[in-house]
Design a protein around this ligand. Sequence first.
Ligand code: FE2
Length: 503
Amino acid sequence: MRTYAQQNPVDPPDRPTWVDAIDNPYLHGPYTPVVSEITAVDLEVVSGSIPDDLYGAYLRNGPNPVLAPRGAYHWFDGDGMVHGVYFRDGRASYLRKWIRTRALHDEIARGTVELSGVMGPYDLSAVGDGQHSVNPDYCKDTANTTLNFFNGKVLAQWYNAGRVYALDPLTLDTVGEETFGGALDTTLNAHPKVDPRNGDYLDYDYGDFKSYLTYYVAGADGKLKHQTRVDLPGPRLPHDTTFTPNYTILHDFPLYHDVEVLRRTGHRVVRFHRDQPSRFGVIPRLGTQEQIRWFEFEPGYVLHMVNAWEDGDWITMDGCFQPDPTIRRDPAEGPLAAMLAYLRYKGHLRRWRMNLRTGEAVETQLDDLNVEFCLPDTELYGVKSRYSYHQRIPTDLQTLAFDALVKYDHDTGTRVVYEYEDGWYPSEAPFARSTRGGDEDTGYVTTIATNVYDYRSEAWIFDAQRIMAGPLCRVRIPARVAPGFHASWVPGRDLWGNGAARL
Ligand SMILES: [Fe+2]
C-alpha cells in the first residue's frame, strides 16, 4: 500500500504541535490541520488568466481539528473549516474560517475535547428508544462535510447527521444554527438537496433508535413545510438522496450495524449483509410513508448519487455504486484499521431505473473506473443532465485521495480523463456555468489542490469542454489547504446579484 509519507515524510510547519504525538495518517502530510483563518485578496495567478465569465465562489468543507481528539481520531471528526475561493471580474480572493459549532465552542472554552468521534465509544446510558437523532448528545458533531446554498445562506452539515449551521456566504462567518423558521430542533443528514427550480430544501434525519428516519421539506422562504416519519427495518446509514420535480428518492442499503451491539459495546460495528437487497424508496415530494414505493436492487452501498430525473413512468438515477462495501481491516494498521478500511473505496458508475406504473427495476453498470465525488451541473439537479464530473480514486494508496478528474458524457456513453500531476492532492470539483451561457458544459470545473512535496496550494480552473488540456488557469492560495470533503459552486448572482451589481 502506497503512502504519502513516501512522497514527503516531513510534515508542514503550519501545524498544531499536538499532531506530532499522534500516529494517524489523516493528521499528517497533506492532511495536517492548519492553525489559522485567512482572508486574502487579489490572488497571484500562477499560469493562464482567470476567465471573466467565471463569477461565483468555490466553497469546500473539510476537517481541521483545533484540539487533540478524545480517543482515536477519525477523518470525519475534525472541526469543520470552510475554504472559499471567490472569482469575479477576472480576479480571485480566498477566505477560510472554522465553523463555530457547539462542540468547538465548548472545547475552546474548556481547552479539551469531551465527546468521542465516530469511532466511539459512546455513552448511551441516558439514551432511550424514543431518541431519534444519531448524534446530538453522544458523538462529536463537526459540521465538516457539505455546504449547500439555501435561502441566502450557506448551510454546513455533517456526515452522520448533525446540527445544521448557517454561514454568511460572503464572510463564511457562522450565523447560527438553522432551525427552518424555528420549526426544527434536530440533526439532519449531510447531503440535503436544494431544488434549483423552486428552492425547496429536501433532507432527512436518521438514527440508531426508532423511528429510524424522518423526511423533511423546507420551502424557498426557509420555513419547514413538510415532514413524515419513514419506518425502516432497523437503523441504517444512508448518505445521500436524489429528487425529481415530483419525487424524492430515499436509501436503504444492507450496510448497517446491530443496535444491541452498539448498546453493549458503545461502538457501531458496521456489517455488509450481502443476502439483503439495496432498496430505493420513491416518495412524493410532500408525501407520507404510506405513499413510498420501494424498489429492490443488487446488494451494495452508495455514498453519492449524480442525479435523478423523470421520463414518463420511469425514474432514472445515476450514482457511484460499491458492490462489495465489506469493511476489510488490515491488521497491520492496528487500531486505525477500521477507519482506513472504511475510507478505501471500490466502486463504479451505475444507473438505476424504476417504473412507477409497473414496478419494474433495472440497473446497469455504466463504467468500470473507480470514481466517486460525482457532480453534474447542480443547476440541473432533478432533471436530465448530460454531463457529470467525478474524481478517480486510487486503490493502492493508504488514504483517500483523487488521482484524476473524469468527465462523463451520458448521451454518448463516453468519458475523458485528466490525470493530475504527481504529488497533487485535489478536492472535489464542481461545475460552474459561464455567465455567457451556452451548452450544458459551457463553463468551468474548479478545485483546490495541495502539493505534497512542498505543500503549496493552488486553485485550478478547467475549461469544462476541455478538461484533457489540464487547468487553463492556476491561482496561488497563499497558505496550505488540507484535503477535505465536499465542495459546492455558488453562482455569483446568489452572492452579489446579476451583472449590473458587479464592480
Ligand atoms: Fe458525502
